[in-house]
Ligand binder design. Sequence first.
Ligand SMILES: [Zn+2]
Ligand SMILES: [Zn+2]
Ligand SMILES: [Zn+2]
Length: 155
Amino acid sequence: MASSGFHTHDHVKCVAEALGALESYCQTEGLKFTTLRRRVFELLLEEHKAMGAYDILDRLRTEGFSAQPPVAYRHLDFLVAHGFAHKIERLNAFIACTHIGALHDPAFLICRECRTVSETMSDSSILALHHRASDADFQIEESVVEAIGTCPDCR
Ligand SMILES: [Zn+2]
Ligand SMILES: [Zn+2]
Ligand SMILES: [Zn+2]
């Protein structure tokens, strides 16, 4: 599966696979695959850019959905909770996950100019962090690496 927002990849296939994964997940889990749920995910996938809840709302409204803020948050939280999206704390925004179905500690490369986010799986740095944590007798529940910089297009 395509893993980067910075490199060219077969995006049509990438969107189709991600939507397909969400659809079958909803089926298996007995969850509704509503038009709005699908659309919110599709918007996140569109350009692999971080989008805030209000960006999503604006788009939904221009498309004729009468969505209120809680609705956008509910769908975004759903996607995050089920592993289809991640929250980028630094930007207070969301991106579609590009490693759907894989258990991973994501690391994000965030372009501060265009807000394109590339998701990579951090391994060695996370491992080091876990070692430090166990030295300090600290239990990590979740760790997210967010790196800010500029992407090739914006340099
Ligand atoms: Zn893509
Ligand atoms: Zn991910
Ligand atoms: Zn950029």
